[in-house]
Design a protein around this ligand. Structure first.
Ligand SMILES: Cc1cc2nc3c(=O)[nH]c(=O)nc-3n(C[C@H](O)[C@H](O)[C@H](O)COP(=O)(O)O)c2cc1C
Length: 199
């Protein structure tokens, strides 16, 4: 029995290919671990605020901040971190928007990548504090990035691997529906990606 955190970042609702791919991953996981619970976090419907001065002051203990602001800021970030820490497995749907992850997913990362909470330099060296997690990335893109001229534009997956790795999450598997907007590929892209899903 596992606890899964499913993170959606497409704006397309039920039509989303990254979400459908994430669902295929979760279907296999729930078959493998009966009784598994799934908490859904739709960043498109309920986005986190952009990182601002108040967040910086509170997260880094810098300067004077009104108590209400501290409480509000901490609530946003603490809840996100608690959800992450409580999960055994995190399945993230990632549509490629303008060569990168959706800004809503970046905003979520800005609130969970927090000094003293999810990473620490207390020992003198950087230590990721989010341990014993498995992440599945369910990516979908209009173009093809695994080969050909767009290969050099694959920023999203290396970026997610680096960011999640920074906070201690290094066990990451990626499934990718590519060519979703290209005639000759889009007809089968999602199905082929679903067939490659192995957990
Ligand atoms: C605003 C926007 C920007 C996009 N930018 C890119 C891009 O840079 N590269 C790409 O391959 N596809 C791009 N696409 C296409 C999507 O990645 C593709 O349609 C994908 O399947 C969307 O995933 P979803 O169905 O989960 O929303 C873009 C789509 C939108 C709506």
């Amino acid at each position: 029995m596992k606890k899964i955190l499913k993170i959606i970042s497409s704006v397309k609702g039920a039509e989303s290919k990254s979400t459908q791919l994430a669902d295929a991953v979760i279907e296999k996981l729930t078959a493998q671990y009966p009784g598994t619970s799934v908490k859904v976090k739709d960043l498109s419907r309920e986005p986190y605020p952009h990182f601002h001065e108040g967040h910086l002051k509170v997260y880094r203990g810098m300067g004077e901040v009104a108590q209400e602001a501290v409480a509000e800021v901490e609530k946003v970030s603490d809840e996100a971190i608690n959800e992450l820490m409580s999960a055994d497995i995190i399945v993230i749907g990632v549509p490629i928007y303008n060569f990168n992850i959706p800004s809503t997913l970046k905003a979520w990362l800005d609130h969970v990548m927090r000094a003293g909470k999810t990473f620490s330099y207390a020992s003198g060296q950087k230590e990721g504090l989010v341990t014993n997690k498995k992440v599945y990335l369910a990516v979908s893109s209009g173009a093809i990035y695994s080969e050909g001229p767009m290969q050099a534009y694959n920023f999203a997956v290396p970026y997610l691997e680096a960011s999640l790795g920074f906070i201690g999450i290094t066990d990451i598997s990626t499934f990718w529906a590519e060519g979703c907007d290209m005639p000759g590929y889009k007809e089968t892209a999602l199905q082929k990606a679903i067939e490659r899903v192995a957990v």
